[in-house]
Design a protein around this ligand. Sequence first.
Ligand code: PXL
Length: 270
Amino acid sequence: MKPKSKVLIIAGSDSSGGAGIQADIKTVTALGSYAMTAITAITTQNTTGVKSIVSIDSKEIFKQITFTCQDIKPDAIKIGMLHSSKVINSVIRALNKVKISKIVLDPVMVAKGGTRLIDNKAINILKNKLIKKATLITPNIFETEILTKTKINNMEDMIYAANILLSKGANNVLVKGGHLNTKTVNDVFVNKNEIKIFKNKKIATKNTHGTGCTLASAITTYFSCGKPLKKSCELGTKYVNHAIGSKLNYGKGYGPINHLNSIIIYKKFR
Ligand code: PXL
């Protein structure tokens, strides 16, 4: 088969292959699209934690985005780990230059084991400048609390916080509810016109490393193929749920999910 669309991924590398750019490339590929990359940082890690983080020079990140897009124009862009204000400003300048309208932003803040992947100054620029550039922002509960300075205990709190993000200039928000203590996983999609809740069954496992990266990439891929944004979010949550459900059980810590499980999803949903 030929790829259905082209996706540019702006994110950090995860040497363990479960999250970051590795999860993104696998997801985009497994869902039948062509993946291009701009690497923002290199993390040395395995399933038990992050050992070190090396930054890529912000000028180099700008060049990876603009030079790549100048030749092969992506249908959509997925943004993951951006660890400093310099990097975020550089990404904003590059986005202004390449003018791609479909942008999904996963506001990555900490790795599964708790290591910070972004500094405080960068969080402010992300909140005040970058979220306006994105078609969709996909924060988890913790990231939503940081971005909105609220405390989230339930679905009403998620919707309230999503509306704060809209008032700050976000266009569409998907608050991921996986960290709440609920019977099902409830992800909440909110924009100025509607609220939609996607429910998936909760799977008892510690192997959920990279679920956020994977979800944002899956949504970006469906969206890049022409599916409406809300539908792309619904399909993305199903893809991740099936990938968690296939229980790889690799490594001694928080293991990866099975990106390849999508082959079944592909037949079922596309
Ligand atoms: O899942 C968040 C994330 C994003 N990007 C990189 C990561 C991680 C988590 O470990 O390593 C590069």
